[in-house]
Design a binder for this molecule. Structure first.
Ligand SMILES: Cc1ncc(COP(=O)(O)O)c(C=O)c1O
Length: 446
């Protein structure tokens, strides 16, 4: 094979992408097929696809093929409301009417705590008192080892995840995730040119033997798991499963990133997986889901040996996470208000779960968090359902945005928290129920 042949082929494919012959999100032809058409070998096509992936023009998924990079799945999964008449089931956020007044008061009070030191640049990654508050938060929800000295402050959990992917892996490295996972993780991996491998799950989350196989076969540098109220399946890993996962990671060369942003929703606190991984587990939490995503307050608890490299990355990237919001976080956590606000959100989620169960019945996942994972009846295909729902002002998220493995879920995710009034929630759920049961629509031309 000539040294440059694959580059010529990559240019030809890129031209087809630019001309719309291969539109955004389209699956590219299999290697063998395109090789025959372009009079080359499958190995050359493979090198061309790899080059295009490095240029962020295409994305490859093991077992699924190579796709033209389109609008980020993250953007498609979470849709802002376009009108008052819509029922928006796509946004996983705390119930806004609950935290509005306590937050207004907290921000007013916090402004009185401004000092010249707090308004200045600091020469370390965040103020001690703010990191101490972060440690209290992580401790309260299952990670006893958190202290001010092993907590880092980030601009939300998303920043934390991207920080960890960028510091603990190199371009081309493999990251293992749950077979169905939060699209924000997939977006980071795609942007940073990391390969993603999905690990099979059962009703208790990541399957230990599947994790072992992936560690052995693909040698990922990082495993990312969401152990509580998993996005999107709603699964909470029981304690035995957490221990089993920790034991496997301990024996491997990989680090575990535990995204525990929904840990506060557990009625009885469960130990974090990182509890058993003092040297290899990195725990991510924050206030976005319990209080407000607008605060952008994230907490990372990391083993001591990783702190310098993580701190250096935060500094190079954003200097430091905004201390003004962490003043509020510190006050809310120290006064206990943050925990009461989180409890109140959990109660609302429970009430709304009961409403959803009542209206939708058995098609929804067993969960008590902010969302439900709905298995569609056989006569519905998920993309089609999402489109038909949108026509009826029902904004729901297709299961396809969460796929990291070989699964094809035929599911949708519904957030129960973003519709303000419970009567409107019921109305939206009833309309969804009617659509789920309707056969006629699904027979109409697509
Ligand atoms: C599992 C998971 N991790 C992280 C995030 C992002 O959190 P933040 O708003 O703190 O960046 C989300 C938001 O939906 C999420 O579901």
């Amino acid at each position: 094979m000539s040294e440059t042949k694959f580059k010529d082929i990559a240019r030809q494919i890129e031209q087809r992408i630019d001309e719309g012959i291969y539109p955004p999100n389209a699956k590219l032809p299999p290697h063998r097929e395109l090789a025959a058409e372009l009079d080359t070998t499958p190995a050359t096509i493979s090198k061309a696809y790899k080059l295009l992936a490095e240029m962020n023009r295409v994305e490859s998924f093991v077992g699924r093929g190579t796709f033209v990079v389109g609008e980020s799945h993250l953007n498609q999964a979470i849709q802002p409301s376009e009108s008052e008449t819509e029922f928006n089931f796509s946004i996983l956020q705390p119930y806004v009417l609950q935290n509005l007044s306590p937050l207004r008061i907290a921000y007013q009070k916090a402004s009185l705590a401004f000092t010249p030191e707090l308004l200045a640049y600091t020469d370390h990654s965040g103020h001690h008192a703010h990191r101490e508050a972060g440690a209290m938060w992580a401790k309260r929800y299952g990670l006893n080892s958190a202290t001010a000295s092993n907590v880092l402050l980030t601009n939300g959990a998303q920043h934390a995840l991207s920080l960890l992917v960028e510091t603990l892996t190199q371009p081309g490295d493999v990251i293992a995730v749950e077979a169905l996972t939060y699209p924000g993780i997939l977006a980071i991996a795609s942007l940073a040119g990391r390969q993603v491998i999905g690990i099979d799950m059962d009703e208790d989350g990541l399957i230990p033997s599947a994790l072992e196989t992936v560690l052995h076969t693909h040698k990922p540098k990082l495993v990312i798991a969401i152990p509580s109220h998993q996005n999107p399946t709603g699964i909470t890993m029981p304690i035995q499963r957490r221990q089993a996962i920790a034991a496997i990671i301990e024996q491997s060369a990989a680090y575990l990133v535990e995204d525990d942003i929904y840990g506060f929703l557990n009625e009885d606190t469960l130990p974090a997986i990182c509890h058993w991984l003092p040297e290899k587990g990195i725990h991510v939490s924050g206030l976005s889901k319990a209080i407000s995503p607008a605060m952008r307050c994230g907490f990372v608890v990391a083993p001591e040996h990783l702190l310098p490299v993580l701190n250096a990355h935060i500094r190079a990237n954003v200097w430091l996470a905004s201390p003004l919001n962490f003043i509020v976080a510190e006050q809310l956590i120290n006064s206990g208000d943050a925990f009461s606000m989180a409890d109140a959100q959990r109660d609302i989620a429970k009430q709304r779960q009961a409403i959803a169960k009542d209206i939708l019945g058995d098609v929804i996942s067993e969960s008590d968090g902010y969302h439900v994972w709905v298995t569609l009846p056989a006569h519905w295909q998920q993309e089609r359902f999402v489109m038909e729902a949108k026509q009826r002002d029902l904004i729901v998220t297709s299961g396809s945005y969460f796929v990291a493995g070989n699964t094809n879920p035929n599911c949708i995710r519904l957030s129960l928290m973003s519709i303000k009034h419970s009567e409107a929630l019921k109305q939206g759920l009833r309309a969804l129920k009617a659509l789920l049961e309707s056969h006629e629509v699904s027979l109409a031309p697509f």
